[in-house]
Design a protein around this ligand. Structure first.
Ligand SMILES: Cc1ncc(COP(=O)(O)O)c(C=O)c1O
Length: 450
Protein backbone atom coordinates (compact mmCIF):
# COMPACT_ATOMS: atom_id res chain seq x y z
CA UNK A 1 0.00 0.00 0.00
CA UNK A 2 2.75 2.48 0.88
CA UNK A 3 4.94 3.98 -1.84
CA UNK A 4 8.50 2.58 -1.45
CA UNK A 5 10.03 2.78 -4.92
CA UNK A 6 11.37 6.27 -4.25
CA UNK A 7 13.72 5.00 -1.51
CA UNK A 8 16.22 4.08 -4.23
CA UNK A 9 16.18 7.71 -5.42
CA UNK A 10 16.97 8.83 -1.87
CA UNK A 11 19.91 6.48 -1.72
CA UNK A 12 21.29 7.89 -4.99
CA UNK A 13 20.76 11.49 -3.88
CA UNK A 14 22.51 10.70 -0.61
CA UNK A 15 25.58 9.48 -2.51
CA UNK A 16 25.61 12.79 -4.36
CA UNK A 17 25.27 14.76 -1.14
CA UNK A 18 28.07 12.71 0.39
CA UNK A 19 30.35 13.43 -2.57
CA UNK A 20 30.17 17.15 -1.78
CA UNK A 21 31.92 16.50 1.56
CA UNK A 22 34.61 14.16 0.19
CA UNK A 23 37.43 16.53 1.22
CA UNK A 24 36.78 15.90 4.93
CA UNK A 25 38.73 13.24 6.83
CA UNK A 26 36.69 10.07 7.47
CA UNK A 27 34.78 9.84 10.73
CA UNK A 28 33.74 6.27 11.50
CA UNK A 29 32.08 6.92 14.86
CA UNK A 30 28.90 4.90 15.23
CA UNK A 31 25.82 6.58 16.75
CA UNK A 32 24.94 5.12 20.15
CA UNK A 33 22.63 2.11 19.90
CA UNK A 34 23.30 1.67 16.14
CA UNK A 35 22.96 -2.12 16.33
CA UNK A 36 19.50 -1.89 17.92
CA UNK A 37 17.99 0.63 15.47
CA UNK A 38 16.40 -2.09 13.29
CA UNK A 39 14.56 -3.64 16.22
CA UNK A 40 13.37 -0.27 17.50
CA UNK A 41 12.22 0.78 14.03
CA UNK A 42 10.24 -2.45 13.62
CA UNK A 43 8.49 -1.67 16.90
CA UNK A 44 7.95 1.92 15.71
CA UNK A 45 6.20 0.61 12.58
CA UNK A 46 3.89 -1.45 14.77
CA UNK A 47 3.01 1.60 16.83
CA UNK A 48 2.25 3.64 13.71
CA UNK A 49 -0.49 1.21 12.70
CA UNK A 50 -2.71 2.93 15.22
CA UNK A 51 -3.46 5.74 12.74
CA UNK A 52 -6.12 6.19 10.12
CA UNK A 53 -4.77 5.48 6.60
CA UNK A 54 -4.29 9.13 5.63
CA UNK A 55 -2.41 8.07 2.49
CA UNK A 56 -5.37 6.15 1.02
CA UNK A 57 -8.23 7.67 -1.02
CA UNK A 58 -10.70 5.98 1.35
CA UNK A 59 -9.42 8.36 3.98
CA UNK A 60 -11.73 11.27 3.13
CA UNK A 61 -12.10 12.87 6.54
CA UNK A 62 -9.96 15.65 8.00
CA UNK A 63 -7.41 17.84 6.23
CA UNK A 64 -4.74 15.16 6.34
CA UNK A 65 -2.53 13.42 3.80
CA UNK A 66 1.13 12.45 3.53
CA UNK A 67 3.55 14.72 1.65
CA UNK A 68 4.46 14.27 -1.99
CA UNK A 69 7.34 11.74 -2.34
CA UNK A 70 9.70 14.49 -3.52
CA UNK A 71 9.01 16.45 -0.33
CA UNK A 72 9.47 13.36 1.83
CA UNK A 73 12.76 12.49 0.10
CA UNK A 74 14.13 16.04 0.11
CA UNK A 75 13.23 16.42 3.80
CA UNK A 76 14.89 13.06 4.52
CA UNK A 77 17.98 13.99 2.52
CA UNK A 78 18.34 17.25 4.42
CA UNK A 79 18.20 15.30 7.70
CA UNK A 80 21.75 14.03 7.09
CA UNK A 81 22.78 17.68 7.54
CA UNK A 82 19.89 18.98 9.71
CA UNK A 83 20.23 22.66 8.80
CA UNK A 84 18.66 25.30 11.03
CA UNK A 85 17.16 28.26 9.19
CA UNK A 86 17.39 30.62 12.13
CA UNK A 87 20.74 31.97 11.01
CA UNK A 88 22.96 31.61 7.97
CA UNK A 89 25.59 29.87 10.12
CA UNK A 90 23.07 27.08 10.69
CA UNK A 91 21.59 26.78 7.24
CA UNK A 92 23.14 28.78 4.46
CA UNK A 93 21.90 26.66 1.55
CA UNK A 94 18.51 25.97 3.06
CA UNK A 95 17.96 29.67 3.95
CA UNK A 96 18.52 30.59 0.29
CA UNK A 97 16.12 27.78 -0.71
CA UNK A 98 13.54 29.11 1.75
CA UNK A 99 13.77 32.60 0.29
CA UNK A 100 13.38 31.26 -3.25
CA UNK A 101 10.42 29.05 -2.37
CA UNK A 102 8.68 31.81 -0.39
CA UNK A 103 9.24 34.29 -3.25
CA UNK A 104 7.44 31.83 -5.55
CA UNK A 105 4.51 31.62 -3.13
CA UNK A 106 4.34 35.43 -2.95
CA UNK A 107 4.39 35.56 -6.78
CA UNK A 108 1.43 33.16 -6.85
CA UNK A 109 -0.50 35.93 -5.06
CA UNK A 110 0.80 38.58 -7.46
CA UNK A 111 3.41 40.06 -5.11
CA UNK A 112 6.75 40.95 -6.67
CA UNK A 113 7.88 42.47 -3.38
CA UNK A 114 7.15 41.07 0.07
CA UNK A 115 8.56 40.14 3.45
CA UNK A 116 7.95 36.55 4.40
CA UNK A 117 9.26 33.25 5.67
CA UNK A 118 8.25 29.74 6.64
CA UNK A 119 6.92 28.92 10.09
CA UNK A 120 6.09 25.85 12.15
CA UNK A 121 2.51 25.97 10.83
CA UNK A 122 -0.59 28.06 10.30
CA UNK A 123 -0.95 28.98 13.96
CA UNK A 124 2.51 30.50 14.25
CA UNK A 125 2.16 32.19 10.85
CA UNK A 126 -1.15 33.77 11.95
CA UNK A 127 0.40 34.70 15.28
CA UNK A 128 3.07 36.71 13.44
CA UNK A 129 0.51 38.43 11.20
CA UNK A 130 -1.64 39.45 14.18
CA UNK A 131 1.42 40.40 16.22
CA UNK A 132 2.41 42.82 13.45
CA UNK A 133 -1.19 44.11 13.25
CA UNK A 134 -1.19 44.61 17.03
CA UNK A 135 2.15 46.47 16.97
CA UNK A 136 0.91 48.81 14.23
CA UNK A 137 -2.62 49.32 15.59
CA UNK A 138 -2.03 49.13 19.31
CA UNK A 139 -4.80 47.79 21.53
CA UNK A 140 -7.36 47.89 18.72
CA UNK A 141 -9.80 45.04 18.17
CA UNK A 142 -9.20 42.06 15.87
CA UNK A 143 -12.27 40.82 13.98
CA UNK A 144 -12.74 37.42 12.34
CA UNK A 145 -15.82 35.52 11.25
CA UNK A 146 -17.62 33.06 13.53
CA UNK A 147 -16.32 30.30 11.21
CA UNK A 148 -12.69 31.51 11.28
CA UNK A 149 -10.20 29.09 12.80
CA UNK A 150 -10.28 29.19 16.60
CA UNK A 151 -6.60 30.03 16.56
CA UNK A 152 -7.34 33.74 15.97
CA UNK A 153 -9.18 34.09 19.24
CA UNK A 154 -6.43 32.26 21.10
CA UNK A 155 -3.67 34.25 19.40
CA UNK A 156 -5.44 37.51 20.26
CA UNK A 157 -5.57 36.41 23.86
CA UNK A 158 -1.83 35.59 23.82
CA UNK A 159 -1.16 39.03 22.32
CA UNK A 160 -3.63 40.60 24.76
CA UNK A 161 -5.58 42.16 21.92
CA UNK A 162 -9.37 42.49 22.08
CA UNK A 163 -11.06 39.99 19.75
CA UNK A 164 -14.63 39.77 18.43
CA UNK A 165 -16.38 37.50 15.96
CA UNK A 166 -18.63 38.61 13.11
CA UNK A 167 -21.57 36.32 12.27
CA UNK A 168 -21.61 34.34 9.02
CA UNK A 169 -24.22 34.19 6.28
CA UNK A 170 -25.97 30.93 5.38
CA UNK A 171 -22.95 29.88 3.28
CA UNK A 172 -20.42 30.17 6.08
CA UNK A 173 -18.93 33.48 4.90
CA UNK A 174 -18.42 36.64 6.91
CA UNK A 175 -21.66 38.66 6.89
CA UNK A 176 -20.86 42.03 5.34
CA UNK A 177 -23.70 43.95 6.95
CA UNK A 178 -22.71 42.72 10.38
CA UNK A 179 -19.08 43.60 9.64
CA UNK A 180 -19.94 47.12 8.52
CA UNK A 181 -22.14 47.65 11.55
CA UNK A 182 -19.27 46.67 13.83
CA UNK A 183 -16.76 48.80 11.89
CA UNK A 184 -18.96 51.86 12.33
CA UNK A 185 -18.46 51.59 16.09
CA UNK A 186 -14.71 52.11 15.45
CA UNK A 187 -11.57 50.90 17.19
CA UNK A 188 -10.91 47.97 14.84
CA UNK A 189 -7.23 47.32 14.16
CA UNK A 190 -7.47 44.32 11.84
CA UNK A 191 -9.98 42.14 10.06
CA UNK A 192 -9.10 38.52 9.36
CA UNK A 193 -10.64 37.28 6.10
CA UNK A 194 -10.60 33.50 5.84
CA UNK A 195 -9.88 32.21 2.34
CA UNK A 196 -11.35 28.79 2.93
CA UNK A 197 -12.75 28.04 6.36
CA UNK A 198 -11.59 24.86 8.05
CA UNK A 199 -15.07 23.39 8.47
CA UNK A 200 -16.70 24.09 5.10
CA UNK A 201 -14.12 25.73 2.80
CA UNK A 202 -16.14 28.95 2.64
CA UNK A 203 -14.31 31.99 1.32
CA UNK A 204 -14.99 35.40 2.88
CA UNK A 205 -16.02 38.10 0.34
CA UNK A 206 -12.65 39.76 0.06
CA UNK A 207 -13.45 42.39 -2.60
CA UNK A 208 -16.26 43.82 -0.45
CA UNK A 209 -14.16 43.64 2.73
CA UNK A 210 -11.48 45.64 0.90
CA UNK A 211 -14.09 48.28 0.02
CA UNK A 212 -14.85 48.51 3.73
CA UNK A 213 -11.13 48.89 4.45
CA UNK A 214 -11.05 51.94 2.17
CA UNK A 215 -13.84 53.47 4.30
CA UNK A 216 -12.86 52.33 7.78
CA UNK A 217 -9.09 51.96 7.60
CA UNK A 218 -8.01 48.68 9.23
CA UNK A 219 -5.34 46.09 8.44
CA UNK A 220 -6.62 43.25 6.34
CA UNK A 221 -5.09 39.88 7.11
CA UNK A 222 -6.08 36.88 4.97
CA UNK A 223 -5.94 33.46 6.56
CA UNK A 224 -5.43 31.28 3.50
CA UNK A 225 -3.79 28.50 5.54
CA UNK A 226 -6.01 25.86 3.99
CA UNK A 227 -7.41 27.52 0.86
CA UNK A 228 -4.53 29.66 -0.44
CA UNK A 229 -3.27 27.36 -3.18
CA UNK A 230 -6.73 27.40 -4.81
CA UNK A 231 -5.65 30.79 -6.19
CA UNK A 232 -4.19 28.65 -9.01
CA UNK A 233 -7.36 26.67 -9.74
CA UNK A 234 -9.24 27.59 -12.88
CA UNK A 235 -12.54 25.98 -11.91
CA UNK A 236 -13.60 28.14 -8.95
CA UNK A 237 -17.08 29.67 -8.89
CA UNK A 238 -17.20 33.36 -9.95
CA UNK A 239 -17.60 34.76 -6.42
CA UNK A 240 -14.79 32.64 -5.04
CA UNK A 241 -12.56 33.57 -7.99
CA UNK A 242 -13.25 37.25 -7.37
CA UNK A 243 -12.19 36.94 -3.74
CA UNK A 244 -8.95 35.14 -4.67
CA UNK A 245 -8.22 37.78 -7.32
CA UNK A 246 -8.27 40.45 -4.60
CA UNK A 247 -5.82 38.73 -2.27
CA UNK A 248 -2.97 40.84 -3.71
CA UNK A 249 -4.46 43.83 -1.88
CA UNK A 250 -4.30 42.20 1.56
CA UNK A 251 -1.75 43.46 4.06
CA UNK A 252 -0.70 39.95 5.05
CA UNK A 253 -1.33 36.38 3.93
CA UNK A 254 -0.92 33.07 5.72
CA UNK A 255 -0.73 29.89 3.67
CA UNK A 256 0.17 26.40 4.87
CA UNK A 257 2.37 24.34 2.57
CA UNK A 258 1.72 21.48 5.02
CA UNK A 259 -1.96 21.47 4.02
CA UNK A 260 -2.45 21.76 0.25
CA UNK A 261 1.22 22.37 -0.58
CA UNK A 262 2.15 18.66 -0.35
CA UNK A 263 4.58 19.17 2.57
CA UNK A 264 5.31 17.27 5.79
CA UNK A 265 3.98 18.91 8.94
CA UNK A 266 5.93 21.82 10.28
CA UNK A 267 5.52 24.07 7.24
CA UNK A 268 3.42 27.23 7.40
CA UNK A 269 4.19 30.54 5.69
CA UNK A 270 3.50 34.19 6.49
CA UNK A 271 3.80 36.99 3.93
CA UNK A 272 3.60 40.76 4.38
CA UNK A 273 2.91 43.08 1.45
CA UNK A 274 5.02 45.88 2.89
CA UNK A 275 8.57 44.71 3.71
CA UNK A 276 8.94 47.69 6.05
CA UNK A 277 7.18 45.72 8.80
CA UNK A 278 10.52 43.90 9.11
CA UNK A 279 11.58 46.74 11.43
CA UNK A 280 9.17 45.42 14.07
CA UNK A 281 11.22 42.25 14.36
CA UNK A 282 14.46 44.11 15.06
CA UNK A 283 16.42 42.57 17.91
CA UNK A 284 20.01 41.97 18.94
CA UNK A 285 21.50 38.59 19.53
CA UNK A 286 24.98 38.45 21.05
CA UNK A 287 25.55 34.91 19.73
CA UNK A 288 24.29 34.95 16.15
CA UNK A 289 24.20 37.00 12.98
CA UNK A 290 27.95 37.66 12.86
CA UNK A 291 28.74 35.33 10.01
CA UNK A 292 27.37 37.56 7.30
CA UNK A 293 25.91 40.96 6.58
CA UNK A 294 23.18 39.23 4.57
CA UNK A 295 19.73 38.67 6.02
CA UNK A 296 19.43 35.84 8.54
CA UNK A 297 15.85 34.55 8.54
CA UNK A 298 15.84 34.70 12.34
CA UNK A 299 15.98 38.49 12.01
CA UNK A 300 12.52 38.52 10.45
CA UNK A 301 10.74 35.72 12.29
CA UNK A 302 9.45 35.19 15.83
CA UNK A 303 10.61 31.58 15.97
CA UNK A 304 14.35 31.02 16.37
CA UNK A 305 15.40 27.49 15.39
CA UNK A 306 13.41 26.22 12.42
CA UNK A 307 13.91 23.11 10.28
CA UNK A 308 15.95 23.93 7.19
CA UNK A 309 14.68 20.56 5.96
CA UNK A 310 11.17 22.07 5.63
CA UNK A 311 12.54 24.69 3.24
CA UNK A 312 14.51 22.07 1.31
CA UNK A 313 11.38 19.93 0.91
CA UNK A 314 9.26 22.88 -0.23
CA UNK A 315 11.92 24.09 -2.67
CA UNK A 316 12.22 20.61 -4.22
CA UNK A 317 8.44 20.25 -4.49
CA UNK A 318 8.06 23.59 -6.23
CA UNK A 319 10.92 22.65 -8.59
CA UNK A 320 9.06 19.49 -9.55
CA UNK A 321 5.59 21.03 -9.56
CA UNK A 322 5.86 24.80 -10.12
CA UNK A 323 3.10 27.02 -8.73
CA UNK A 324 1.65 27.84 -12.14
CA UNK A 325 -1.87 28.12 -13.45
CA UNK A 326 -2.72 25.13 -15.68
CA UNK A 327 0.36 23.29 -14.35
CA UNK A 328 0.30 19.77 -12.86
CA UNK A 329 -0.01 21.10 -9.32
CA UNK A 330 -2.92 23.40 -10.22
CA UNK A 331 -4.65 20.55 -12.07
CA UNK A 332 -4.48 18.47 -8.88
CA UNK A 333 -6.31 21.18 -6.96
CA UNK A 334 -8.91 21.43 -9.71
CA UNK A 335 -9.53 17.69 -9.43
CA UNK A 336 -10.04 18.03 -5.67
CA UNK A 337 -12.64 20.72 -6.25
CA UNK A 338 -14.25 18.61 -9.00
CA UNK A 339 -14.52 15.72 -6.52
CA UNK A 340 -16.25 17.95 -3.95
CA UNK A 341 -18.75 19.29 -6.51
CA UNK A 342 -19.49 15.77 -7.80
CA UNK A 343 -19.93 14.53 -4.22
CA UNK A 344 -22.25 17.44 -3.39
CA UNK A 345 -24.40 16.72 -6.45
CA UNK A 346 -24.77 13.08 -5.40
CA UNK A 347 -25.90 14.24 -1.94
CA UNK A 348 -28.44 16.69 -3.44
CA UNK A 349 -29.87 13.98 -5.70
CA UNK A 350 -30.26 11.41 -2.91
CA UNK A 351 -33.31 11.70 -0.64
CA UNK A 352 -31.44 9.96 2.22
CA UNK A 353 -29.33 13.09 2.72
CA UNK A 354 -29.62 16.80 3.44
CA UNK A 355 -27.06 18.92 1.59
CA UNK A 356 -25.51 22.15 2.80
CA UNK A 357 -24.57 24.89 0.30
CA UNK A 358 -22.37 23.87 -2.69
CA UNK A 359 -18.65 23.60 -1.87
CA UNK A 360 -16.47 26.58 -2.74
CA UNK A 361 -13.22 24.58 -2.54
CA UNK A 362 -12.83 20.85 -1.80
CA UNK A 363 -14.78 20.31 1.42
CA UNK A 364 -18.25 18.77 1.32
CA UNK A 365 -20.62 18.76 4.33
CA UNK A 366 -23.86 16.83 4.49
CA UNK A 367 -26.21 15.12 6.94
CA UNK A 368 -28.58 12.16 6.88
CA UNK A 369 -32.25 13.08 6.50
CA UNK A 370 -34.19 12.28 9.67
CA UNK A 371 -37.33 13.47 11.41
CA UNK A 372 -35.49 16.16 13.36
CA UNK A 373 -32.13 17.92 13.49
CA UNK A 374 -31.28 16.09 16.72
CA UNK A 375 -32.11 12.70 15.14
CA UNK A 376 -30.02 13.60 12.09
CA UNK A 377 -27.12 14.55 14.39
CA UNK A 378 -27.29 11.19 16.19
CA UNK A 379 -27.42 9.38 12.87
CA UNK A 380 -24.38 11.31 11.53
CA UNK A 381 -22.35 9.85 14.37
CA UNK A 382 -23.62 6.33 13.64
CA UNK A 383 -22.83 6.65 9.92
CA UNK A 384 -19.38 7.99 10.75
CA UNK A 385 -18.69 4.86 12.83
CA UNK A 386 -20.33 2.44 10.36
CA UNK A 387 -18.36 3.91 7.44
CA UNK A 388 -15.10 3.63 9.42
CA UNK A 389 -15.80 -0.09 9.97
CA UNK A 390 -15.89 -0.38 6.17
CA UNK A 391 -12.57 1.50 5.91
CA UNK A 392 -14.22 4.70 4.68
CA UNK A 393 -12.98 7.44 6.97
CA UNK A 394 -15.06 10.62 7.12
CA UNK A 395 -15.08 13.49 9.62
CA UNK A 396 -17.79 15.03 11.78
CA UNK A 397 -18.53 18.73 12.20
CA UNK A 398 -20.88 20.73 14.38
CA UNK A 399 -22.37 23.48 12.19
CA UNK A 400 -25.14 26.07 12.42
CA UNK A 401 -28.41 24.60 11.17
CA UNK A 402 -28.78 27.67 8.93
CA UNK A 403 -26.10 26.19 6.62
CA UNK A 404 -28.62 23.45 5.73
CA UNK A 405 -31.80 25.55 5.96
CA UNK A 406 -32.56 25.57 2.22
CA UNK A 407 -32.72 21.75 2.14
CA UNK A 408 -34.32 20.94 5.50
CA UNK A 409 -37.91 20.59 4.25
CA UNK A 410 -39.76 18.11 6.47
CA UNK A 411 -37.00 18.01 9.12
CA UNK A 412 -38.06 19.42 12.51
CA UNK A 413 -35.58 22.07 13.64
CA UNK A 414 -35.32 21.25 17.34
CA UNK A 415 -31.79 22.62 17.87
CA UNK A 416 -29.60 25.37 16.39
CA UNK A 417 -26.62 23.27 15.41
CA UNK A 418 -26.38 20.10 13.39
CA UNK A 419 -23.75 17.41 13.82
CA UNK A 420 -23.06 16.57 10.21
CA UNK A 421 -20.62 14.55 8.14
CA UNK A 422 -17.69 16.31 6.54
CA UNK A 423 -15.28 15.20 3.88
CA UNK A 424 -12.12 17.00 2.82
CA UNK A 425 -11.51 15.61 -0.67
CA UNK A 426 -7.93 16.87 -0.82
CA UNK A 427 -6.32 14.07 -2.82
CA UNK A 428 -6.63 14.48 -6.60
CA UNK A 429 -7.36 10.73 -6.80
CA UNK A 430 -10.47 11.20 -4.64
CA UNK A 431 -12.27 12.06 -7.85
CA UNK A 432 -11.58 8.64 -9.41
CA UNK A 433 -12.53 6.95 -6.15
CA UNK A 434 -15.85 8.69 -5.77
CA UNK A 435 -17.99 5.73 -6.94
CA UNK A 436 -16.32 3.47 -4.35
CA UNK A 437 -16.61 6.13 -1.63
CA UNK A 438 -20.29 6.63 -2.46
CA UNK A 439 -20.98 2.88 -2.44
CA UNK A 440 -19.48 2.50 1.06
CA UNK A 441 -21.28 5.60 2.32
CA UNK A 442 -24.57 4.25 0.94
CA UNK A 443 -24.08 0.90 2.67
CA UNK A 444 -23.19 2.59 5.98
CA UNK A 445 -26.21 4.91 5.70
CA UNK A 446 -28.62 2.05 4.96
CA UNK A 447 -27.26 0.05 7.91
CA UNK A 448 -27.88 2.98 10.23
CA UNK A 449 -31.39 3.59 8.91
CA UNK A 450 -32.51 0.10 10.05
C1 LIG B 1 -8.01 28.38 8.04
C2 LIG B 1 -7.01 27.83 9.02
N1 LIG B 1 -6.26 28.67 9.75
C3 LIG B 1 -5.36 28.23 10.64
C4 LIG B 1 -5.18 26.89 10.88
C5 LIG B 1 -4.18 26.43 11.90
O1 LIG B 1 -3.07 25.90 11.21
P1 LIG B 1 -2.06 24.86 11.87
O2 LIG B 1 -2.87 23.65 12.26
O3 LIG B 1 -1.09 24.59 10.77
O4 LIG B 1 -1.42 25.52 13.04
C6 LIG B 1 -5.96 25.97 10.16
C7 LIG B 1 -5.83 24.53 10.40
O5 LIG B 1 -6.58 23.72 9.91
C8 LIG B 1 -6.88 26.44 9.20
O6 LIG B 1 -7.65 25.61 8.48
Amino acid sequence: MLEKASLQILSEALEKLDAGFAALPANDAQPPGAERIGAVLAETSERLHDNFPYFHPLYAGQMLKPPHPVARLAYGLAQWINPNNHALDGGRASSAMEQEAVTEIAAMFGWSEHLGHLTGGGTIANLEALWVAGRLEQQKTILASAQAHYTHQRISSVLQLPFETIPCDTRGRMDLEALEKRLRRGDVGAVVATMGTTATGSVDPLAEILELRAKHNFRLHTDAAYGGYFALAENLGPETRRSFDHITQADSIVIDPHKHGLQPYGCGCVLFRDPVVGRLYRHDSPYTYFSSGELHLGEISLECSRPGAAAVALWATQKLLPLKEAGEFAKGLEQCREAAIDFHQRVVADSRFVAAFPPELDIAVFAPRAESVSASSTMSRSIFAAAARKNLHLAIAELPVTFFAANLGGVKVDQNSLTCLRSVLMKPEHHQWLDRIWELLSQATDECAH
